[in-house]
Ligand binder design. Sequence first.
Ligand code: ADP
Ligand code: ASP
Ligand code: MG
Length: 414
Amino acid sequence: MSLIVQKFGGTSMGSIDKIKHVASKVIEEKRKNNDVVVVVSAMSGETNRLLELALDIGGNHYKRETDMIISTGEQVSAGLLSIALNNEGYRAVPLLAHQIKIKTDGSYGKARIFSIDAENIKQEINSGRIVVVAGFQGVDESGYITTLGRGGSDTTAVALSAALNADRCDIYTDVDGIYSADPSIVPEARRLDVVYFDEMIEMSSLGAKVLQIRSVEFAMKYNINLYVKSTFVDGPGTQIKYLPEGGKMEALQVSSVACDKDEAKISIRGIPDKPGIAARIFSAISDDGIIVDMIIQNISVEELTDLTFTVSKKDLKRALKLTESVAKELNASEVISDEKIAKISLIGAGMRNHYGTASKMFGILAKENINIMMISTSEIKISCVIDSKYAELATRILHEAFNLSLNNGGNGFK
Ligand code: ADP
Ligand code: ASP
Ligand code: MG
């Protein structure tokens, strides 16, 4: 007998019929004589609807109240799935974050889990019940409801797998695994049998929302036996795991292309090029809890320079206000912003052992006359910021040029 954690996303829970189908997937696992803990997301579109309600009444600065509102979608889902399971003759119990003490910090809207008390769940499992947990939510030290950031039910599932020492964590969604690019942009994209943890971290942070980045970080830390599978089609899915010792040579040079349209760019022109300036600008921004992603500084001309950086689109207004006020103090000539950008990235554990990937990428973009505004690299990824109108085109041509649709075995070790 194994303990399996299953997570079903919004599209999988999107209607009563779909929830009945999810119940059948849970029962299938239970019938294999396994203990099952299920984590559910809100029905598709529900979190957005709730968020809009909160904003409509003026909730912009009421993060705690907003979390209380937007966490309810998952509560409804947990109740509905429990009813569906009970109606099929299986004993199920729905549980909320406060009942299993999913303790988080108090950063509403993007809270981090620091502990889970798995005792309640274990008791329910021991009495033969299927446990259905509302994903996405936690409780802070004062007992207020928090939420874990968009896509946070993935993190609930992986964190529970760690707390329960589960044998496997299956993330069920509307695609049958992790692909070499978002299949909604590149129809030729190929399902990968295996993706390595460090590749998945990059993919998640570079726009592939199929797994929330924190869920991958958790899975990596606790070495969770993690799979992404389809709710609707049977198949092996994709395993996310550690690159085996000595396996570097066999990892693909480039295994996927990611596209992120959620960032915006801010430039400050004509700032004095002297020590301490960057620190002033970026501490003002980070003190407000805003994360800066890419940064470039131009070569100075007559002791004046330009600085450009990217932030998440949702933080743009606040970041712009802060930048403008620092720019004024520094006597900078102007601050401009651009929301019409996209970050296109190539990812692959094998990049560590290859050279020439970046120059090939730049050449392919140049051939299509796509201008590169910013570049950043790590050992296993290269990202370019381009005009958002070329986002899909760039994703497709890079996917093709790096032969990613070919069935070349993916990251082997099958
Ligand atoms: P859920 O509602 O199940 O949590 P999400 O919408 O969060 O599902 O994630 C699944 C979606 O992620 C897919 O429909 C797909 O469009 C998108 N996606 C982006 N990049 C990839 C990728 N490389 N592989 C698979 N799916 C991807
Ligand atoms: N319902 C939440 C969201 O839409 C959490 C999740 O689906 O994982 O972001
Ligand atoms: Mg998701």
